[in-house]
Design a protein around this ligand. Structure first.
Ligand code: ASP
Length: 431
């Protein structure tokens, strides 16, 4: 059986997300034509899923430590940092709750009746109680947590280690260097594994479409609708609400002032890449001081991922519904906790949220096959969630600047959106 995806030079020059999309469509077509026999392709998909699983533990561990240790810790930085982190985490928890709510309301996976592999079905049955979940946050043996891939415990240990490294000053330097270099290597490895994504996803989609027919298309459209509705609600209700109620400023000015950053985020799907534009929007449209914007926005681009968390809520419910797995209250709380904490370790680059989704699915014992189905439409979802991520960073910069008396309200109230000039665009492309 040959794939429709081997057309030489044109193919190798295509952007990865386009290849993934083509892989998905080709997979669906092959599956629809070939039927259940398409299962012969499944091992190629399993190879890809295993490669993603391989990344999770070292990626989360190293990038969390790098995230924590890269925060500077003078007094003021400490206070502004704490304030920002608190708002970042609180809005992220709200975002994932909205995602779970919309996932329940839209029920995109209902009626799909897919069956998980025996291994994940068994894991799902062993879902622990709430007390066990809370007690289980602290690893008795961190090495065991790493070896068994217990993500929440790994996150807790990494946060503790990162904070302690910050506290020992100079002595921490060699260790921080090692973690920085390992984290870089893990980003690279992720990039390499993702190169294989179009083929893995092609194989998985062929298998899934062969087994379930074309019934899958409508549910995927519903996933997109749920994520987009959620993203709009989050910006309009939560962010505008916070601007109006906490900062006592006109939300319309905030919404007007962030348009350029949102456009850049939507088209680049990278919070880090959008940073130059966000900083400019914060200073020139929203009146946020230089000091606050240059600390709060880069921090946000690394640790604040509300759109990503919201998407994970919808996606996790889609997978649970599609595979007929009932989630307990403890599972919901685990999803909220994992997605919120994991957002600290998500890099602001295209597709990072998909890798983190694998983490959320694993934590509550949902089948990784679900990841492949979502992966095909990931770019479309990434555009919306990255825009929300960036809008959230800007909202927090306004709140923090206002509370520190570093917001120029005459600028905030006067501003019309500045244009995204070519310099911003080329800087964003490089970042
Ligand atoms: N692309 C997102 C960002 O840069 C992260 C994600 O994939 O969710 O903010």
């Amino acid at each position: 059986m040959t794939t429709a995806t081997s057309s030489g030079g044109v193919w190798s020059n295509l952007a990865l997300w386009k290849k993934i999309f083509i892989g998905m469509v080709a997979g669906i077509l092959v599956g629809a034509v070939v039927g259940p026999d398409a299962e012969v392709l499944k091992p190629i998909g399993t190879l890809f899923i295993n490669a993603i699983k391989m990344l999770i533990v070292p990626l989360v561990f190293c990038s969390l430590i790098v995230g924590v240790t890269s925060m500077e810790d003078s007094r003021k930085m400490g206070r502004i940092g704490l304030k920002s982190i608190f708002i970042y985490l609180a809005t992220t928890a709200v975002a994932i709750t909205i995602g779970l709510g919309l996932g329940t309301l839209f029920a995109p996976g209902a009626g799909l009746n897919m069956s998980a592999s025996a291994e994940t079905a068994a894991a799902a049955k062993e879902a622990p109680s709430l007390v066990t979940t809370i007690l289980g946050l602290i690893p008795k043996n961190p090495i065991e947590a790493l070896a068994s891939g217990h993500i929440l415990q790994i996150i807790v240990f990494a946060l503790g280690l990162g904070i302690s490294l910050n506290m020992i000053g100079e002595k921490a330097e060699p260790a921080i260097k090692v973690f920085n270099s390992l984290a870089e290597a893990m980003y690279k490895l992720t990039e390499l594994v993702m190169k294989f994504a179009p083929y893995g996803i092609f194989a998985l989609m062929a298998w899934v479409a062969g087994k379930y027919g074309l019934d899958l298309l409508m549910p995927l459209m519903t996933v997109i609708a749920a994520v987009y509705v959620g993203c709009i609600l989050h910006v309009v209700l939560v962010y505008s609400g916070a601007i109006a109620l906490i900062a006592r400023l006109a939300p319309v000015q905030y919404l007007k002032g962030i348009v350029n950053a949102q456009m850049m985020a939507f088209s680049s799907t990278s919070s880090s890449g959008t940073l130059p534009v966000s900083i400019r929007c914060a200073r020139e449209n929203l009146g946020v001081s230089k000091g606050i914007s240059s600390f709060v926005l880069p921090l946000g681009a690394t640790i604040n991922m509300d759109g990503t968390a919201l998407y994970q809520g919808v996606a996790a419910l889609f997978v649970a519904q599609a595979f007929g797995i009932d989630l307990t209250t403890a599972d919901y709380l685990t999803i909220i906790a994992t997605a919120t904490l994991a957002s600290v370790g998500t890099a602001g680059v295209p597709g990072a949220g998909l890798i983190m989704l694998s983490l959320v699915l694993t934590t509550v014992g949902l089948p990784m096959e679900g990841l492949a189905i979502i992966a095909g439409i990931d770019r479309i979802l990434d555009m919306a969630r990255t825009s929300v991520n960036v809008s959230g960073d800007l909202m927090v910069s306004v709140l923090v600047a206002k509370s520190e008396n570093e917001l120029d309200e005459s600028v905030y109230n006067a501003a019309e959106p500045v244009s995204v000039d070519s310099q911003d665009a080329s800087q964003a492309a490089k970042a």
